[in-house]
Design a protein around this ligand. Structure first.
Ligand code: GAL
Length: 674
């Protein structure tokens, strides 16, 4: 049994609860909290996330009495604790004793005190103090009966340009390159005469006069992610050294650019996500769906943890609108539909002071007699009904590539044919039609195993290493279908243009050579004609593409590239490759992508649902759990399906009705069940 299996058994299915900050409240409130948590069906809280100053008010002077009492109270109330190491919020005394723990920004200025995450991850002093409080905490609570999970720090993220960062960066580079010749070569330092003759000459890439060496910048992103990961690993290993059977996690963020979560995920027992879809953005649930698919995929399809979400409004944006009645429930079920095994919130009780005093909570300022608290009670009840679903996951035949190295290459380094690439937007452009047509999608990295998939979507793999490029080629050779968009396979892992014509890594794969990249002028539009006569417009980008083994699925009907291929099809080994060399208007792009998926023999589990109804399926050996989620606040929907609706307990024969913002979770026998 894995640590997460044990955790699931302990909470009886789904973890339900939120961040709990008793250090902000009077002890009388703690008792009321536990009573109301029980009423709401809360079974887990994340405790003490920012409590370092309360636990160690002076260096080496510890006050655990209050936490002992809270742990005991929670345990007596049957509530499990996801106990945090408080190292995301170094106390003010530490920053006074050792101002060098403050992260220095790229311009050389240190951050001031007053927020959180104000540490340089490479600072040996920060690491020493973090290890000390972690050791104390683990020593005291590892065998407390309330302890069910370790929550290491919070949202690892700072990038620092301190002296200590430079020292650690040099050590990281020495490990990676071994000698300076290899580094100089990898960084192309003959360019602009940047050759290094001594390791000590290498600094973190602070602000240069104009442009920064793109390989140095890229390595600094990799280094920063690794430095943060080292902080996590150090604390994880400390808590594990006391006791080995408790799951250890940390919380990640959506589309978070500064940590390569593919490298982090194998190091924890489950991946955990904090996500705050903006209720003012009508499409935020689509980008949320992608995150959920990514988080499930980060650990090879294992269920993940929704660690934080808002019960209603947040407090970090310019306009913080509430979640209208029903939205919080629907968003929670959406995460569950894509294999979340928890619904947790930031936070349990709304704070009275501090920056987040208007952030919503399970228990809002207006108390238990409030819309939000009632919705929380209902959600807790529904999650108990869904208990059989916990621990199950889903299967996909379509995979989409999402890689931090590729993201950094495209957005963190300058000097590309155009400077306005958005990797997340590009990925979402490819994901959205699949989501709208209810295709289950896994997310893969360039180092992932691809054998289980029929279709691989490669949105924009500008930077890909040799191994990743070969995996994609092998996938196609072995009979897979690859849909690839422009500006892929261009540079190697050192951000150097691959030789022998664009796109160096994929010239044979796409069956064409690109002479030049032609970014479009503002407002420039091109007419594209498909082989079957359909026409579309394109913008933003064109490859000046010369077919080799490929054939044109569409050509430009005007402009200087008239007659040249805009979309290429190539047979490669036993596989099929569709390469899109321009930015097609949305309808044409979506149609092409969906036709490519259909031609590969992939069928979505439901055809013909309205676009506002989302469908996702989790499965166990015996059952399928079909989640049907109506995102429209105005329109209902009826969906042809048969089974038991776990939310109502009713048998559904032939058709289920969904109210506006309504949901159903249909359990039916697994078609391949023994
Ligand atoms: C998260 C953070 C929480 C809280 C929340 C507010 O990023 O982990 O502590 O600040 O945002 O939405």
């Amino acid at each position: 049994m894995t640590r997460m299996d044990a955790f699931r058994n302990r909470v009886g299915g789904f973890a339900f609860g939120g961040d709990y900050n008793p250090e902000q409240w009077d002890p009388a409130v703690w008792r009321e909290d536990v009573r109301l948590m029980r009423e709401a069906g809360v079974n887990t809280v994340s405790l003490g996330v920012f409590a370092w100053a309360s636990l160690e008010p002076e260096p080496g002077k510890y006050e655990f009495g209050w936490l002992d009492e809270v742990m005991d109270l929670l345990h007596a109330g049957g509530i499990s604790v996801n106990l945090a190491t408080p190292t995301a919020a170094p106390p003010v005394w530490l920053t006074h004793l050792h101002p060098e723990v403050f992260p220095v920004m790229a311009d050389g200025q240190p951050f001031g005190f007053g927020n959180r995450l104000h540490y340089d991850p490479s600072s040996p002093i920060y690491r020493e103090y973090a290890a000390r409080i972690t050791t104390r905490l683990a020593g005291r609570y590892s065998f407390h009966p309330a302890l069910a999970m370790w929550h290491i720090s919070n949202e690892y993220g700072p990038t620092a340009y301190n002296e200590a960062s430079s020292v650690a960066f040099r050590a990281w580079l020495r490990r990676k390159y071994g000698d300076l010749k290899t580094l100089n070569d990898a960084w192309t330092t003959h360019f602009w005469g940047q050759t290094y003759t001594d390791w000590d000459q290498i600094e973190v890439p602070n602000i240069p006069r104009t442009w920064m060496n793109p390989a140095r910048k890229l390595d600094f992103k990799r280094f920063t992610s690794d430095a943060l990961l080292e902080c996590f690993l150090a604390e994880r290993d400390i808590v594990r050294s006391f006791r080995d059977d408790i799951p250890v996690v940390t919380n990640f963020m959506r589309f978070f650019r500064h940590a390569d979560y593919w490298r982090w995920a194998p190091e924890e027992d489950a991946v955990a996500l904090d996500i705050y879809p903006d209720p003012a953005d009508p499409d935020s649930h689509v980008s949320a769906a992608f995150q959920y698919d990514l988080f499930r995929s980060l650990k090879g399809g294992q269920p993940w943890l929704l660690m934080e979400q808002a019960a209603s409004a947040v407090s970090q944006w310019r306009l913080n609108v509430v979640k209208e009645p029903g939205r919080m429930r629907l968003g929670s079920l959406q995460a569950v539909s894509r294999a979340a095994d928890s619904v947790m919130f930031f936070q349990w009780r709304a704070g009275r002071g501090g920056h987040e005093r208007f952030h919503s909570a399970m228990l809002p300022h207006s108390g238990p007699d409030s819309r939000t608290f009632k919705e929380v009670l209902d959600l807790g009840r529904e999650l108990r009904l869904l208990a059989p679903v916990a621990g199950t996951t889903s299967r996909s035949e379509v995979a989409i590539l999402f890689d931090w190295d590729g993201w950094w290459g495209l957005e963190e380094t300058a000097g590309l044919p155009r400077a306005d690439f958005s990797y997340p937007d590009t990925v979402m452009r490819h994901y959205t039609p699949l989501w709208e047509h209810h295709h289950p999608v896994d997310v893969v990295a360039s180092a992932s195993e691809l054998g289980a998939y029929k279709v691989l979507v490669v949105p924009n793999a500008y930077l890909i290493d040799d191994d990743g490029a070969e995996r994609i080629r092998a996938f196609a050779r072995d009979g897979g279908t690859v849909l690839m968009s422009f500006f892929s396979g261009v540079v190697d892992a050192c951000n150097r243009v691959r030789p022998d014509g664009y796109p160096g890594a994929f010239r044979e794969l796409i069956g064409a050579k690109i002479d030049e990249y032609w970014p479009a002028r503002p407002h420039e539009e091109f007419a594209v004609e498909f082989a079957d006569g359909r026409r579309a417009t394109a913008t933003w980008w064109r490859d000046d593409l010369h077919l080799e083994t490929g054939t044109a699925l569409a050509t430009y009907a005007d402009g200087l590239l008239r007659g040249r291929a805009a979309v290429v099809e190539n047979r490669y080994g036993a596989g099929r490759v569709v390469y899109i060399a321009t930015l097609l208007e949305r309808a044409a792009f979506d149609a092409l992508l969906l036709e490519t998926v259909a031609a590969a023999g992939v069928r979505a589990p439901f055809d013909g649902l309205p676009a506002h109804v989302e469908c996702a399926v989790r499965e166990s050996a015996a059952h399928e759990y079909v989640f049907l989620l109506n995102h429209s606040a105005e329109a209902g929907a009826s969906v042809p399906v048969t089974g038991t609706d776990l939310l109502t307990g009713r048998e559904v024969t032939g058709e289920v009705e969904l109210a506006p913002l309504g949901a159903a979770v249909i359990q039916r026998p697994h078609p391949q069940a023994p």
